[in-house]
Ligand binder design. Structure first.
Ligand SMILES: NC(=O)c1ccc[n+]([C@@H]2O[C@H](COP(=O)([O-])OP(=O)(O)OC[C@H]3O[C@@H](n4cnc5c(N)ncnc54)[C@H](O)[C@@H]3O)[C@@H](O)[C@H]2O)c1
Length: 275
């Protein structure tokens, strides 16, 4: 059911690769709530993925861009402004990739060229996006930028590898730019720290299925799905959250605040007794 939360609003969504992607669900939800969209991803992802299908469903313009290339981002923002007829309202940064994870390089034996790429794609790209938006004065007053993070930025999750460092940097960039863009044009910048979610990016993490099951069992509300995340993203693009900025917002069913849960402890001790 639509609430018309984004009626009259326009924005760019990064990172819809396939139907599982958080960005895919967010695009559908934003459209349902009345937004006009520009969708973007790397040229390779556009070739491999199924973005055309989403673009048709959302009546959106698709503009290829590598989020690590300032030149691509400038082209993207120019095209979006042309398409929208001027400034726009929101941006979703739903971008992440670690070559170390892809190539099974453990954290303690990291490949530093890969590490730099992880940081560039998964964190610095947010700085580059915000930098281009800021310099081109592309966002309207009270605009909203949301990026996606994970709790490994605060606490160590074995197997999350260099993405943990990237997420810490991503959250810090959201705060630093949030101050500057807030002063310039009341633009708010936040990160959502999402539950483990079954997507292409998620499936690369070692032990993802166990991590998913553990988080689901520990969280009083269970894991938040990609669709739930899309709902939350839409609220942050709406005018109902105008004074929320520079925050890392947990969207994880209570996982981040739970130390101990009796059922999980019982399952664990039962497992120990079997040995
Ligand atoms: N899946 C999870 O468990 C989970 C949990 C918390 C946070 N997140 C974060 O959510 C975001 C979206 O991931 P997802 O789970 O929907 O997976 P996904 O694989 O569907 O999305 C990741 C996207 O990043 C894009 N991308 C990679 N390199 C890029 C580049 N150089 N330029 C532009 N785009 C690029 C990919 O093409 C893909 O569309 C990521 O930041 C991820 O870290 C995911």
């Amino acid at each position: 059911m639509s609430h018309g939360l984004l009626k009259g609003k326009k924005g760019i969504i990064f990172g819809a690769l396939n139907e599982q992607s958080i960005a895919w669900k967010a695009a559908l939800k934003a459209r349902e709530e009345g937004a006009e969209l520009v969708l973007t991803n790397t040229p390779l992802s556009l070739r491999l993925g199924t973005m055309d299908q989403l673009a048709e469903q959302c009546n959106a313009l698709v503009v290829p861009a590598d989020a690590t290339s300032v030149e691509d981002l400038e082209g993207l923002v120019d095209k979006a402004m042309e398409h929208f007829g001027g400034q726009f309202d929101f941006v979703l940064h739903s971008v992440g990739m670690s070559p170390n994870i892809r190539k099974n390089k453990p954290y303690e034996y990291t490949n530093y060229d890969f590490f730099f790429k992880t940081l560039d794609i998964s964190a610095l790209s947010l700085h580059k996006v915000l930098g281009v938006l800021y310099k081109k004065d592309a966002l309207k007053e009270w605009g909203s930028v949301v990026a996606l993070s994970y709790i490994a930025a605060q606490r160590t999750f074995e197997g999350y590898n260099d993405m943990a460092d990237a997420k810490s940097l991503l959250e810090s960039i959201a705060r630093s730019f949030g101050l500057l863009y807030g002063k310039k044009a009341h633009v708010r910048v936040n990160t959502i720290s999402q539950s483990p979610t079954r997507t292409s990016a998620g499936s690369g993490i070692s032990g993802m299925e166990d991590m998913f099951a553990y988080a689901d069992a520990l969280s009083p509300l269970g894991n938040a799905s990609a669709s739930d995340c899309a709902d939350y993203i839409v609220t942050l693009f709406s005018d109902l959250t105008k004074h929320v900025t520079m925050q890392n917002l947990y969207h994880d069913g209570g996982f981040s605040s739970t130390g101990l849960n009796a059922e999980v402890v019982e399952t664990y001790t039962k497992g120990l007794k079997k040995d």
